[in-house]
Design a protein. Structure first.
Length: 84
């Protein structure tokens, strides 16, 4: 089982951090598909409700679909994904 597989369900709002140690870079969104393979790997497909990069709001990205991998091969860490 992958690190974040099965942790969230359709309709949950989650936050996915972009970088280890950077709590000011993330995407929040509602889970549309908890088992997406659209990109060739297991991920949560989410519709963005909030995007923050380097502490700045990215309002133009709200509504866009993003993917939060169930596990990464590089730089995986605890709390990379969390329920909001």
């Amino acid at each position: 089982m992958l690190k974040y597989e099965g942790k969230f369900a359709i309709g949950d709002t989650i936050r996915s951090y972009d970088f280890f140690g950077r709590r000011d870079c993330y995407v929040e969104g509602v889970v549309l598909d908890p088992k997406s393979f659209d990109l060739g790997h297991a991920a949560y497909k989410i519709r963005c409700t909030r995007r923050v990069f380097a502490g700045n709001e990215c309002a133009d990205e709200v509504g866009i679909e993003f993917y939060a991998p169930h596990q990464t091969a590089f730089m995986e860490y605890d709390d990379r994904l969390e329920l909001v």
